[in-house]
Ligand binder design. Structure first.
Ligand code: F6P
Length: 547
């Protein structure tokens, strides 16, 4: 057994779980009208209501003990101190420096990184101003109207999500597009109807070696060169990377390379120059407001005690359900159309960070780690998978993200949206008993026979836990807060599970095998040393290709 599951705090939680399991939240709310006040936290306009969870004050005390015993606050302080907590890659995990808006130095390896961070922000500001004002023009002298971000994973998901979320801050004459998938359809469809004279490509890649991004960038460059000639590349291609040599090899003027550093993990890089497309499309001031929002959450995380620390509370609740209830799925359900891409973005941050099977000492863990994260925007999601959330046999924890105000106050749209938000969390908490269903059906005049038939199907067990996170409005600041909230939640869970949340070796094997398989698919080498399924599929695909 691992030290974690043997720890006093863990054992106490196991015993406590046996007491909590039979309790229904409906009763807990009836017994205690103060639940909302007791189990909610606020920070710079953001509210976390976690009262609709299967917890009592005792649960939160025992969970806090777990955080204490696992050294969460010490680990947090080590991150903010720039220590090399990413031990397999021997790197600091220091994205908090990218959004440090205070005068505090941020030290890595004995050096304050803030002057470099500010230099890059200034360089981004100058460039975005030039492009947005029309000072920077394409090779034929026309203004830039489209920014195409070429990147994948952390060099794509955060940028798309932020720009989708902040669409109402976008100017009509400057819009973003994205190429990430190596599938040529993505490139062709993205470039369809684009005017090369008014298009600016950002090649966004931390390593500048990622196969998909490099091939997409090469194809995009050919598309441009074919139409405007090779002299156009310097006016239509810029790069964001840590790898100056590769950027130069690709033919991009390194004066227009926006650097970042190895202490910025790919999935935390939206705050770095990877956010250049965001800054171009909504303006540098708005991008910096996003940093401000993240910084506000960083400060909350850095200074709040465990029992009032939102990321810590969310992390502990996640562990409560994953490890004690045995539910390893977590749904994220934003009730704002602008946040549609948020669950997808979060999948990488959470699943790439905590999808780990060994602990820091390299021993296989005997408890579940990162959950499966999924979700979609409400109310649409209500009409797809909510049936399973309410009545399915699969259990999961859920975050509902509600936004009080809408950028487009139109008739009663927002009131209906929020009513649905509130109704769902209430329904999931209370459920509907079979007695209540039977009484309703009787009042409708149904026969006893019909009631017997239908009642079990119309019964809702309830007792399904939800967090409600409320933002005043989707703005650059609140998006920054929200993202940082989840980043820190995921960080804390990694500490609790004693895993390294900062590497991603799990993506490597497939990459290696893909490069071995490629020459076989191309017929350059014989199909030997393959299992019969892979060999059979290669042969089958090659045959189809010829036909
Ligand atoms: O998916 C693996 C990964 O390494 C991510 O962590 C990263 O965000 C992505 O690939 C892209 O890498 P790069 O920015 O180096 O192209």
């Amino acid at each position: 057994m691992s030290a974690l599951t043997q720890s006093t705090a863990w054992q106490a939680l196991e015993a406590h779980h046996r007491e909590i399991k039979p309790l229904h939240m409906r009763d807990l709310f009836e017994q205690d009208p103060e639940r909302f006040e007791k189990f909610s936290e606020r920070s710079t306009g953001l509210l976390l209501d976690y009262s609709k969870n299967r917890i009592t004050e005792e649960t939160m005390k025992l969970l806090s003990n777990l955080a204490d015993e696992c050294g969460v606050l010490k680990a947090r302080d080590r991150m903010f101190a720039g220590e090399h907590i990413n031990m397999t890659e021997d790197r600091a995990v220091f994205h908090v420096a990218l959004r440090n808006r205070s005068e505090r130095p941020m030290m890595v390896d004995g050096r304050d990184v803030m002057p470099d961070v500010r230099d890059v922000l200034n360089k981004m500001r100058r460039f975005t101003q030039d492009v947005r004002s029309g000072t920077w023009r394409g090779v034929t002298g026309r203004h830039i109207k489209t920014v195409v971000n070429i990147g994948i994973g952390g060099s794509d998901l955060g940028v798309i999500m932020a720009l989708q979320s902040l669409r109402s801050y976008q100017r009509d004459d400057l819009s973003p597009r994205f190429i990430s998938n190596v599938d040529s359809s993505h490139l062709v469809e993205t470039l369809r109807n684009l005017d090369p004279e008014t298009t600016l490509f950002i090649v966004a890649s931390k390593t500048f070696t990622t196969q998909e991004t490099m091939l997409n960038a090469t194809s995009a460059r050919s598309w441009l060169v074919k139409r405007l000639g090779s002299g156009a590349v310097s006016k239509h291609f810029v790069a964001v990377s840590t790898n100056e040599e590769k950027v130069a090899d690709f033919g991009i003027d390194t004066d227009y390379m926006f650097p970042f550093w190895d202490w910025v993990g790919g999935r935390y890089s939206t705050w770095s120059a990877i956010g250049l497309a965001i800054a171009l499309v909504i303006g540098m001031d708005k991008f910096e407001e996003m940093l401000e929002g993240a910084h506000a959450m960083d400060e909350h995380f850095r200074t709040s005690p465990i029992e009032h620390n939102m990321p810590v509370i969310m992390a502990l609740l996640g562990v409560w359900y994953s490890n004690f209830f045995g539910w390893s799925t977590h749904a994220v359900l934003p009730y704002d159309q602008y946040l549609t891409r948020f669950p997808q973005y979060l999948q990488q941050v959470d699943m790439e960070s905590n999808g780990k099977r060994v602990d820091l000492e390299g021993r296989p863990v005997d408890y579940s780690t990162g959950p499966i994260v999924f979700g979609h925007a409400g109310t649409n999601a209500q009409h797809s998978f909510f049936q399973l959330l309410h009545q399915g046999s699969w259990k999961c924890s859920m975050d509902f993200i509600g936004v009080a105000n809408n950028h487009h106050p139109l008739r009663e749209h927002q009131t209906i949206l929020l009513s649905n938000f509130l109704a769902q969390t209430k329904a999931l908490m209370r459920g509907k008993t079979e007695d209540e269903v039977r009484a309703e059906l009787k009042a409708e005049g149904l026969s006893d026979e019909k009631i017997d038939l239908v009642a079990p199907h119309k019964t809702f067990p309830g007792n399904k836990p939800t967090n409600s996170i409320i933002l005043p409005l989707v703005t650059p600041f609140t998006i920054g807060q929200l993202l940082a909230l989840y980043e820190h939640k995921i960080f804390v869970q990694g500490i609790l599970w004693n895993i390294n949340s900062f590497d991603q070796w799990g993506v490597e094997l497939g990459k290696e095998l893909a490069s071995e398989i490629k020459p076989k698919l191309m017929g350059e080498v014989p199909i030997m040393d393959e299992d019969s399924s892979t060999a059979g599929l290669i042969h089958y695909m090659k045959r189809l290709k010829k036909e």
